[in-house]
Each structure stands twice: as C-alpha cells, then as structure tokens.
Design a protein around this ligand. Structure first.
Ligand code: XIL
Length: 316
C-alpha cells in the first residue's frame, strides 16, 4: 500500500505502528510487511515485556522475548512503545497470591520496575507504566496493587519508572476512554492530581479496542480534553471488531470507523501516534478473547489489505 506511517508522518504524527508477538517472528511474509517503515514506524510487544514474561519468579528476570522484539524494531529503524510495567493481568502467581503488606508489595513492584525499565533504559520511546487502573464506572480497579498499597501505587510506579529510565515517556493506558464518560473523567482527575503532586506523567494511552458501528461520539473532543492536561496522547491498541462472518456492509462500516478514529487523532496536535493491536487478522487477539468476533484489523488473514486500510489513509 501507499504507507500508513508515511501518511501519518505527513499529517504531523510521530508514527503509525503495530503490535507484534514473538511466535509471529518466524513468519517471513508477515515480518516483511511489519518491517516496512512506509507502513509502520513503531512496534509494541504484545506480551513479552509483561510481568509474567519478565519476572516469572521473584527477582529472576528474563528479557529474551522482549529483546527479540526490540532488536527487530531497532534493526528496522522503528521506535518501540514498551508495554507494560504494572497491570492486574498476566501477573505471575507469586504476585497475585503472595501474602503482601504495603511495604513488601511496594518493594516487589519497584524492584520489578527498576529491573525491567532499567534493562531497556535509553532504548524505548515510552512505557505504559500503569495499564488499565480503572473500572468502567471510573472507580479504581481493586487489584492486588490497589488493595494492598492504595491509589498511591500509581504515583510510586511512575516515580520508579522515571528513575529507571529518565528518557522514556511514561503513560497510563486504558480502554473505554475513547469518548467522554465516567472512565475518561476518572483519567482526567487522576492525571490532574498526579501533575499537582509533581509525579512524572507524560502521556495518556487510549487503547481503542472498538466495535464496528459502535464508536463513541466525541472522540476528538475527549482526546483534546486529555491533551489540555499538558500530556501527550496516543491511540495505543486500535482494532475494530465485528461479529463474524464479515460482510461487505460490515467491512465498509469498519473502513469509516477506522477513518473516524484516525481523523480524531490527527485533529489533536498532542496525539502523537496510532498503534494497531497487530496489523493482520491472522494474529489478532480478538477471536480468542471475544467469542464469535474478529476481522478487526486492516489486513486480512492472508496479509491482504482490507477496506479499513483505505479508511486509515483517508483519516490522514
Ligand atoms: C493481549 C494480547 O494481545 C494477548 O495475546 C494476550 O493473551 C492477552 O493480552 N489490553 C492490553 C494488552 O493492554 O496487553 C492486551 O493484550 C489486550 C488488551
């Protein structure tokens, strides 16, 4: 195609990117497209920098999976969004079923952050330092970190990440914050309070796991409200799924929906980039997660471009 990253950069964004995952790295035709910097200027590791992958037993770190994806990106001349440091999901059982006090879990969490972000120091564009801290109603998710440490785990995590890699931009990343609503308001309140306390926070990541024909209204205004806090904004995990089987009508609506999201980011100067949560239906996480749904990506399972691809170009 003409090039998603080329169009994004011509429109003033820093990058258009894709997630990828280690099992896919042996698929040569897949890698050829992923490595084309006309299409992708940025890569996110879909799994291999998460806590269960990097610290499966306490204080024993494995970086081989994450390193493989960083090396691919570096070899291609692409930047890397590192994902993630603190999240309720994909935690090893020693974290979820440990008997913690505030002090011992704070120590384990900051040790995780200083080792993982320290290993990648100077190599990554940003970290999703805290992932998915909110419930959909805007209350804090009651995971092991919140329950043991309280809301301050977020500030502590950000401070530890800044110390470990002073040049990485630090994001809080969440889903269902594409449009205005209780969860977006909660994000605004959190970032406002972090900034007031002098806690390092550089960006709000808007995941963008959306449904064809069901985009929230007010995406552009919502991104602008985030940007008004003095942080950058990124669409970090975009995919737009449908109930299978796909039809020409659904694929046409999907094209429009991709265009809408891209145009909203383009319209907000602090929206620095857009990442799709893998570029092809061949490797999308959607069918395994949302039963009966799929076809969420701009490339089909045979690595052919879909109408959605043209929707992205049109959005720029
Ligand atoms: C997903 C991966 O794509 C899957 O392979 C894995 O089984 C589960 O996690 N929000 C996030 C991502 O922040 O880390 C998730 O990635 C998708 C939802």
């Amino acid at each position: 195609g003409p090039g998603l990253n080329k169009y994004a950069q011509a429109a003033g964004l820093k990058y258009f990117g894709s997630a990828t995952d280690n099992p896919e790295l042996t698929d040569q035709p897949y890698i050829a497209i992923l490595s084309n910097t006309n299409e992708f200027g940025q890569i996110t590791p879909g799994n291999s920098m998460k806590w269960d992958a990097t610290e499966p037993t306490q204080n024993t770190f494995t970086f081989s999976g994450g390193d493989a994806i960083l090396n691919l990106a570096k070899g291609n001349g692409q930047i890397l969004r590192a994902h993630n440091l603190v999240w309720y999901s994909q935690l090893p059982s020693w974290v979820t079923s440990g008997s913690w006090t505030n002090a011992t879990l704070t120590a384990a969490m900051t040790n995780h952050i200083s080792n993982v972000a320290g290993h990648y120091k100077g190599e990554v564009y940003c970290w999703d330092a805290v992932n998915e801290p909110f419930n959909d109603d805007g209350t804090f998710r009651t995971d092991v970190f919140y329950n043991t440490i309280g809301q301050s785990y977020i500030a502590t995590a950000l401070q530890a990440a800044r110390k470990a890699d002073p040049n990485a931009k630090l994001y809080i990343n969440d889903y269902n914050i594409e449009g205005p609503g209780a969860k977006s308001t909660a994000m605004i309140n959190l970032v406002t309070s972090l900034k007031a306390q002098g806690v390092p926070i550089d960006g709000i990541g808007v995941q963008g796991h959306l449904i064809v024909g069901e985009l929230p209204s007010g995406i552009e205004q919502n991104l602008a409200a985030f940007a008004a806090l003095g942080v950058e904004v990124a669409i970090t995990e975009l995919d737009i799924r449908m109930t299978l089987p796909s039809t020409p009508a659904l694929l046409a609506q999907q094209q429009k929906d991709y265009q809408t999201v891209v145009a909203a980011c383009k319209a907000v100067s602090a929206c620095v980039g857009i990442t799709i949560w893998d570029y092809t239906d061949k490797y999308s996480w959607v069918p395994a997660t949302f039963s009966g749904q799929g076809a969420a990506c701009p490339w089909d399972a045979n690595l052919g471009i879909k109408a959605a691809y043209n929707g992205i170009l049109a959005g720029f």
